[in-house]
Design a protein around this ligand. Sequence first.
Ligand SMILES: [Zn+2]
Length: 250
Amino acid sequence: MNDNQLLRYSRHILLPQISFEGQQKLAHSHALIVGAGGLGSPVALYLGAGGVGKLTICDYDNVHLTNLQRQVIHNTAAIGTNKAVSAQQTLQAINPEITVIPVPRKSTVEEFAKLASSADVVVDCSDNFSTRYALNQVCVQLKKPLVSGAAIGFEGQVTVFDLRHNDSPCYHCLFPDMDADDEMRCAENGVFAPLVGMIGTTQAAEAMKLLLGVGESLQGRLLLLDAMAMEWRSIKLNRDPACTVCGTAA
Ligand SMILES: [Zn+2]
């Protein structure tokens, strides 16, 4: 690390849980972030500012005026620009030390598998069940840690499926049969702007801890946030042995 890097990351390096070694670990890490919307914005901003060396960001959508109330990595001048490209532009202005690779198209399961194979952590910031199931399938197959988040209205949830561990549940164990109808209901609802920040920054913290190998992850625990009552609840998650994705039936 050069002098500027030591200064940029000094408040991390001062933490004994991270220190110089941890910061170097982050610099050599690669996170795959799927979705550059409400959740993907804080995830990419904190992982990028915090010094994760390589970020691959997937999003096929363009920035719309209706996004700017909560998708804080994009600005008004970016309206009409692809979200992965807009996120890259913001991140490079904040931290030119890192590499950001935008994937500005709808990825297939095969492409997700290719992208995830070189990633150390996968962060699911998508807003649809087909992408969530695809990422889960890929992470189960490749044994990659998956940080999952969702937010709607005033309620959000976040957990970690650390599929490097055989006892970890997967997304499909938790939600075995969500369909397109559930998705439509989500798309029609509003979302409280700070909620996506709270869930997204929690995802960023979990992803960074996994990359550093410190602390206790959310594996086996689903955190549920009710932002109106400002209450977090924790539910224990178990692996489903009959799961068709990660279980013996697979
Ligand atoms: Zn499963």
